[in-house]
Design a protein around this ligand. Structure first.
Ligand SMILES: Nc1nc2c(c(=O)[nH]1)N(C=O)[C@@H](CNc1ccc(C(=O)N[C@@H](CCC(=O)O)C(=O)O)cc1)CN2
Ligand SMILES: Nc1nc2c(ncn2[C@@H]2O[C@H](COP(=O)(O)OP(=O)(O)OP(=O)(O)O)[C@@H](O)[C@H]2O)c(=O)[nH]1
Length: 461
């Protein structure tokens, strides 16, 4: 694959900062930037030492006007982010300098990059595979340290090397089987089937082992949603405050992190947790109450954990009974609140109205709630197991789904062997598994799907 044009984009976030970076990649990036760059030396950029930083100015050759004072970073392909010749122009971090430099480049045969195009080139040029490209998006979007380290291990190739290894074994078996198909007179069928079975079983086991990490991986990557329900005055706001005080989110500029909104983000046990107060939904929708209730219902159905706050100091009200019934059967933790005062509601009173994951007593007023939430987040994510390192963990829903389909094909191959089916059936099943796994790393994936994946990147990546 040969990509002809030279692309550029602003790599730093829009706004005012210390330094702004414009990244240029493609076969003409050195000569083009050279034609716009002025420095003390007379040596053109393409002849300067690779991987050095050069000081100078960017000058519009048409007007001889200096745009900004810059540092220019030179990375010759294939040893660069895109595996092409890359030049990074580091100017002052204002909105105008970066835009002016980009505009100047675009006037000199450089095309503005599409979202994700640098990373797409790194993939097209074979420096990284699809799981690694996806890991780069996950790194950028990580909201917790744990989701970052999971993505970093995926960038390092944990998923790729697993998939590559299994695909190599499968293709060897397919080749073996196809020899049997092409030369049936050799009569090696039985031996081959037995060999294939012996080789497939450990592969199936390895796929199972990796898939058993999927739930944990997905929750670490995507975070979890927790919804708070309860009648007015049960103590939902007090609980929210107690939780927020103890579980500050690392990332604070996510929309909704101000306390008067219905949504809060926090980090609990290394997991990004989105906390939704359904009372808030009703408040903001008071013109159309029914709509608020419907939205609350939607959130409850999608929640990973429902926190149902009940005032333990007063008898259950009809409204509380109705709420309990509506969250019965979900992953609901009933929080009997106000445990600092005399309790009237018993665990049995609660159990009469449904099935719940747990019933816990807390005093939100005294700042309790966090320990209970931590315990149930840990239970949901790790299922009571101890938190382990992320070495071989699958977390991306696309990978999980393809891996499950591939596993089904391997199982089908095994049952074809058991049923004494002709070896070409077995070979067909294995070939499907091989292709599905290839979609994970991008070896067999269709171009349209690749475009779709990269379009989810941000500009300048
Ligand atoms: N200024 C700057 N910082 C950045 C990036 C960048 O592109 N520019 N990156 C991205 O946005 C990340 C770094 N990613 C990179 C990945 C590979 C190569 C690279 O040149 N790889 C070569 C050489 C490897 C080596 O020297 O061992 C290779 O793989 O062949 C460069 C950056 C984070 N920081
Ligand atoms: N004794 C005691 N009082 C509490 C506790 N938690 C909340 N309260 C009190 O109960 C009242 C209601 O608390 P809020 O946190 O505002 O209740 P809410 O569920 O958010 O109420 P709405 O915003 O109306 O939906 C306040 O007077 C709180 O001080 C608790 O653990 N113990």
């Amino acid at each position: 694959m040969y990509i002809d044009d030279t692309i550029a984009a602003i790599a730093t976030p829009p706004g005012i900062g210390g330094v702004g970076i414009i990244r240029v990649s493609g076969k003409d990036s050195f000569p083009i930037v050279n034609s716009l760059f002025k420095s003390a030396g007379t040596v053109p950029l393409m002849d300067r030492q690779n991987r050095t930083i050069q000081y100078g100015t960017i000058v519009d050759p048409a007007t001889n006007k200096t745009i900004d004072e810059v540092l220019v970073l030179l990375m010759k392909g294939p040893h660069s982010y895109t595996a092409e010749d890359v030049v990074e122009i580091q100017c002052h971090g204002g909105i105008v300098p970066v835009r002016q430099i980009l505009k100047l480049l675009v006037n000199h045969d450089v095309r503005m990059a599409e979202a994700g195009e640098f990373t797409k080139r790194a993939f097209m040029n074979g420096r990284i595979d699809l799981t690694q490209a996806e890991a780069i998006i996950d790194i950028i979007e990580a909201k917790t340290e744990d989701s970052l380290s999971l993505a970093v291990s995926q960038l390092d190739g944990t998923v790729s090397s697993f998939v590559k290894d299994v695909r190599e074994q499968l293709i060897a078996m397919i080749a073996h089987l196809e020899v049997t198909i092409d030369y049936p007179e050799e009569d090696i069928e039985d031996v081959t089937s037995q060999e294939v079975r012996e080789q497939l079983e450990p592969i199936l086991k390895a796929m199972d082992d990796l898939l058993s990490t999927a739930n944990t991986g997905r929750l670490i990557r995507d975070g979890i949603t927790t919804v708070i329900v309860g009648r007015p005055n049960a103590g939902k706001s007090s609980l929210m405050n107690a939780l927020l005080r103890e579980n500050r989110a690392i990332v604070t500029d996510i929309p909704g992190t101000t306390r008067d909104s219905i949504e809060e983000y926090m980090t609990v046990e290394g997991i990004s947790l989105r906390l939704i107060d359904t009372a808030g939904i009703r408040d903001t929708q008071d013109t159309v109450e029914a709509l608020g209730v419907e939205r609350a219902r939607d959130y409850i159905n999608k929640a990973d954990i429902v926190l149902c706050v009940i005032d333990g100091s007063t008898p259950l009200t009809p409204e509380e009974i109705e709420i309990l019934t509506s969250v019965s059967g979900l992953n609901t933790i009933v929080l009997l609140n106000k445990s600092d005062v005399a309790q009237i509601v018993t665990d049995e009173n609660i159990k009469e109205h449904g099935t719940f994951t747990a019933i816990e007593r807390i005093s939100a007023k005294e700042g309790e709630g966090s320990a209970v939430l931590s315990k149930w987040v840990q239970e949901l994510v790790y299922g009571g197991r101890v938190k382990q390192d992320n070495s071989a963990m699958i977390s991306n829903v696309r990978h999980i789904s393809l891996m499950e389909q591939a596993k089904t094909q391997v199982e089908q191959a095994l049952s074809s062997i058991d049923m004494g089916m002709p070896v070409d059936f077995v070979a067909t099943d294995l070939r499907s598994a091989w292709e599905l796994l290839g979609d994970i790393t991008g070896d067999t994936i269709r171009e349209s799907m690749i475009d779709e994946l990269f379009s989810r990147f941000c500009l300048g990546k």
